[in-house]
Design a protein around this ligand. Structure first.
Ligand code: SF4
Ligand code: SF4
Ligand code: SF4
Length: 282
């Protein structure tokens, strides 16, 4: 299967379709995977594809705007391409998506890879990428899907219990902003959290500021989060950010029958004004 990815990637470089192919290579720990930007056939020979390939590589398309680029995408990552095309951040004809079907990826940390599925895979609803130009089938039995058990548990809690839960989580945040850096939907040149004039949220790492940071970021991603799970994966203190993201995704889907990134044509609800919505409010 990896031979198929390498062969397609080499073909794209050789015939000049793209200048660069973004895939995965084995990290120097010999266990986990890391992104590889390949510009030559020799570099493409280092590509791998297995259940340690966790990164959402489509996020790097933001760093290659206007440059013909191929990228290896799992189904969850593929939604990034539709999101970024729709938001005019990348041009579809400059991107070649090498899609892979996906049985799931595992929790992998420096020097070790477990058998445990990543939380995003437990709730994943896509088996095939939402968008691709070439499709490769990844072997392996698809992991069992269990719905959204954590989210359902949250729904049974009272508002006070939920507030307490999130206060405890946000208190642990060290404001490293890794969740923002890895997110394909967080590409503002200056994030609200870094702005000083006006100041939206103080720089202090303390409960009130942390809450504002998290709640504003979650709302900025409402109707835009493509549920790649990268923010939660990279959080160094293990804050369950996907609980927030999935709650907002469920609300948006319930209200507007919309899930971002499934195609590049359906207009997102917060980008359109419908007169009927105003009339329904009256
Ligand atoms: S969320 Fe779905 S597509 Fe993404 S890695 Fe997990 S199983 Fe694969
Ligand atoms: S908020 Fe998290 S899950 Fe959603 S798109 Fe950004 S990184 Fe992916
Ligand atoms: S990655 Fe985790 S610790 Fe860092 S800012 Fe985000 S939530 Fe806070």
């Amino acid at each position: 299967m990896v031979d198929e990815i390498r062969s397609k990637a080499k073909e794209l470089l050789t015939d000049g379709t793209v200048e660069c192919v973004i895939g995965y290579e084995r990290a120097t720990d010999g266990v986990t995977a890391r992104p590889l930007f390949a510009y030559t056939a020799e570099e493409i020979d280092r590509f791998i594809m297995d259940n340690t390939c966790v990164h959402n590589l489509a996020r790097y398309l933001l760093d290659r705007k206007g440059k013909p680029t191929a990228v290896v995408v799992k189904p969850c990552d593929s939604r990034t391409i539709n999101l970024l095309v729709q938001e005019n951040q990348i041009e579809r004809d400059k991107v070649f998506a090498i899609g892979v079907t996906c049985p799931g990826v595992v929790e992998a940390h420096w020097g070790e890879a477990s058998d445990e599925a990543q939380p995003r895979c437990v709730t994943c609803s896509l088996e095939v990428p939402a968008v691709y130009d070439y499709l490769v089938t990844m072997p392996g039995e698809r992991q069992t899907r269990t719905g959204f058990p954590d989210l359902e548990r949250m729904e049974t809690m009272s508002p006070e219990e939920r507030r307490e839960f999130w206060e405890r989580q946000f208190e642990r945040c060290i404001r490293c902003h890794a969740c923002r850096q890895v997110c394909p939907g967080c590409y503002c040149p200056i994030c609200f959290v870094d702005q000083l004039d006006p100041t939206w949220v103080g720089i202090r790492n303390a409960p009130p500021e942390n809450q504002v940071w998290h709640l504003i970021r979650a709302f900025h991603l409402a109707g835009r989060c493509i549920e790649c799970g990268e923010c939660q994966r990279v959080c160094p203190v293990g804050i369950p950010l996907m609980l927030l993201n999935q709650k907002l995704a469920a609300e948006v889907e319930g209200m507007f029958d919309f899930r971002p990134g499934l195609d590049a044509e359906t207009l997102p609800p917060f980008a359109v004004f419908k007169k009927e919505e105003l009339e329904a409010e009256r």
